[in-house]
Design a protein around this ligand. Structure first.
Ligand code: PSV
Ligand code: MN
Length: 411
């Protein structure tokens, strides 16, 4: 190890210890971090205007798992892969073979994401559709997804609905709400005891006038109607500009209703940017709330830390490694907040000191600490550089080439 690295680490560790931070505890927590990457992040993606095929993009779930393994191998903290049922698991054979493939590669299947948004029948909604046959189709798909989840060892059923309307008067809000509750209660009742249902919200898109689960409050309401194992999923991109997401996160934690995240970032609307790329301070403030619950648990359920990003112009695996490192670095910054100083400043109404406490952590370069943690975990100190030097990208570009029909976002 070059001495300048250990010097930088020692200076940082001393500084943190002087602030009363238990550095060994911070390092242990960083080593236990687990992030779930999305199968669809390794596949071709696009915009409403087209899909952009990339050389080497994964098509099958097996290729997606292999690519996810690269992210885990280089970071050590991404052992879970989310699956999107219709994009990844076209038949019973895929479901049968996935567990062995995941096991062989040392990763686990994370959330199961049913897809009730792409079939023609869902034009006017899925579980809010006025046609009972369409609602039944959507519910049945979720029931089937529960069975798939059981087969794949998953304990998270992650739900997002594209249900909404385009024009005032198009439908009756309350009638749709009742249909949604009825359907979700049926799905909830079919889950095995170890499974949780995560309910994601989104203010608009594809519906341009209204979305049936438009915000965290509506997700909370429907979760409460289902039961304790229904919890809210916060997709960071699904908020209108100016929304105080960290406040929402704190409120959900306080209500023991925060079940999971879809990490990403938006500049304008939901746009799949890398988490923390547009507003890293906001991401830090969100993590600050999460760490507060981690250090002083008040009964919130375990949180699934999932990425939900598609890469249109970045290469997918290197983009995902960058993402995982950003999450790790932000978690580290949140772990080194001097919480005692913050509580004291708050008690004194010392606004400058309180904010300064957060800024000090946010502005601290945690890289020497992260490098040490990675070294001790047996992964490269610089995961992105190591991946780029590994030759994997060149190999999949050469061997897989450009293909169309890769199952994923924008298909
Ligand atoms: C919808 O915008 C969403 O955030 C949901 O989580 C979907 O499952 C995902 O994107 C993939 O399209
Ligand atoms: Mn999402």
């Amino acid at each position: 190890m070059p001495s300048h690295n250990s010097d930088a680490y020692q200076i940082l560790a001393d500084r943190l210890a002087a602030r009363g931070i238990d550095v060994a505890d911070v390092e242990a927590r960083l080593k236990r971090q687990e992030i779930e990457t999305p199968s669809w992040g390794y596949a071709d993606s696009g915009t409403r205007f087209g899909v952009f095929p990339q050389a080497g993009a994964a098509v099958t779930i097996f290729e997606k798992i292999e690519d996810a393994v690269q992210v885990h191998r280089h970071t050590g903290i991404a052992p879970l892969v989310a699956t999107h049922v219709l994009w990844d698991l076209p038949d019973a054979a895929a479901v049968r073979d996935v567990p062995a493939c995941a096991k062989e590669h040392g990763v686990r299947i994370g959330s199961i994401n049913p897809n009730v948004f792409q079939d023609r029948e869902y034009w006017f909604g899925s579980i809010t559709n006025r046609d009972p046959a369409v609602r039944r189709k959507a519910v049945q798909h979720m029931l089937d997804s529960i069975e798939i989840g059981k087969a794949l060892g998953s304990t998270v059923l992650s739900l997002w609905f594209a249900d909404g309307t385009d024009y005032p008067g198009q439908a009756d809000f309350r009638q749709r709400k009742a249909w949604m509750e009825e359907s979700l209660r049926e799905v909830y009742a079919a889950m095995p005891p170890q499974m949780r249902m995560l309910v994601e919200y989104k203010p608009f898109e594809p519906g341009l006038y209204h979305t049936d689960l438009a915000d965290w409050g509506m997700s909370c309401l429907v979760c409460r109607k289902c039961g304790e194992r229904a919890q809210v999923l916060v997709d960071l991109g699904h908020h209108l500009p100016g929304t105080n997401i960290e406040h929402i996160v704190a409120a959900l934690l306080d209500e023991r209703l925060l079940g999971g995240f879809h990490f990403n970032n938006r500049k304008y609307a939901d746009d799949d940017l890398m988490v923390g790329s547009v507003n890293p301070y906001e991401f830090f403030l969100i993590y600050h709330e999460l760490v507060k619950e981690e250090l002083e648990p008040r009964g919130n359920p375990p949180i699934a830390f999932m990425v939900d990003q598609g890469f249109n112009t970045k290469k997918k695996i290197s983009g995902m490694i960058q993402t995982v490192c950003m999450i790790q670095a932000t978690y580290a910054k949140a772990l080194i907040v001097d919480r005692k100083a913050l509580a004291d400043a708050q008690a004194e109404n010392d606004v400058v000191a309180a904010e300064q406490t957060l800024l000090e952590a946010f502005q601290t370069d945690g890289e020497p600490l992260l490098r040490k943690v990675r070294r001790e975990m047996g992964v490269p100190e610089d995961p992105l550089r190591a991946y780029l030097a590994s030759g994997y990208q060149e190999r999949i570009e050469r061997e897989r080439g450009i293909r169309t029909g890769a199952g994923g976002l924008g298909q």
